[in-house]
Design a protein around this ligand. Structure first.
Ligand code: BGC
Length: 285
């Protein structure tokens, strides 16, 4: 069996970014786009040709930087603050986005957080916070997106689908996670929410899918990769023996919302280096 890399440096075996200009003329909105997977996805969609709404909460500076980076790629960008767990915020954000870009063809409901605790110590506040952002936030984002896709109707010269919704789930929609019951529950909920939405809106030619990242090098899980000891421990869970980079997710997201993936709806694409392959069974069982 191959050995894990002995350090936590970026893996030289990572692929070079490749983006087809498949999203030209398709404005996209990405929630939680000021860091991590959301940031990479906002930039990736722009590299694939989309104009992008960069949703953030809190400090505007990182979101403005990303908007400028998108403009430097020759696309249009708009940073909008909104707390995705609040209905009024989400409604205002969509109204601003649609006023600015005319419509949206792509929505990536990505904003998410963790508030970890042993189960018997988990507070109601920790539970509500995670469910509020990760699950209710994705509901509010998805609902606003579907309303806009329906209002605008088909534009087959722009995209053969009337709209594309992409939910950010996690391997933990499948893998139970002790100490993270609120988080795993929110991701399990996203799975059934996304598939039920997909079933409902498919006749409108609206596609709904999810990506389920594994361990990706972002601030949310820094403790799991930022020392060699932690990194090597993490690799016991990753058969592919490298951590994922945010661009691994962004490339897949750009493809999944493009017409190249047109017959795919209700699907969850695991992007996890094999984390969901029960790695313990490689040598046991
Ligand atoms: C979590 C990360 C974790 C990864 C794999 C993600 O959904 O946000 O903290 O490293 O799953 O366990």
């Amino acid at each position: 069996m191959a050995e894990a890399k002995p350090d936590n440096q970026p893996n030289t075996g990572s692929p070079q970014p490749q983006y087809l200009q498949a999203l030209t003329g398709q404005p996209a909105l990405v929630t939680g786009a000021s860091s991590g997977i959301g940031k990479a996805t906002a930039l990736g969609l722009a590299k694939a040709g989309a104009d992008v709404v960069v949703n953030y909460i809190g400090n505007p500076a990182p979101a403005e930087d990303i908007a400028h980076a998108i403009e430097a790629l020759g696309r249009r960008a708009l940073a909008i603050e909104a707390d995705v767990s609040k209905e009024d915020d989400v409604e205002r954000m969509f109204a601003q986005a649609i006023q600015h870009f005319g419509t949206l063809h792509i929505a990536v409901s990505n904003a998410g957080l963790q508030a970890d605790a042993p189960f018997d110590e988990m507070t109601l506040e920790q539970w509500n916070k995670v469910i509020g952002v990760n699950l209710t936030g994705q509901f509010l984002t998805a609902r606003a997106a579907v309303r806009e896709f329906k209002r605008r109707g088909p534009k087959p010269d722009i995209s053969v689908a009337t709209g594309k919704l992409l939910c950010t789930s996690s391997v933990h929609q499948e893998i139970p996670w002790a100490g993270h019951v609120n988080y795993a529950t929110s991701k399990g909920g996203i799975n059934m929410m996304m598939r039920s939405i997909a079933q409902e809106v498919a006749p409108l030619r609206i596609r709904a899918n999810a990506i389920a990242p594994g361990a990706i090098r972002t601030p949310i899980n820094r403790a799991a990769w930022d020392t060699p000891e932690a990194y090597n421990k993490l690799m016991e869970l990753v058969p592919y023996l490298r951590i994922g980079e945010p661009d691994d997710i962004a490339r897949a997201a750009a493809w999944l919302v493009s017409d190249a993936a047109d017959y795919i709806t209700g699907a969850t694409l695991y992007i996890d280096g094999g984390m969901t392959l029960y790695p313990g069974f490689a040598t046991g069982g």
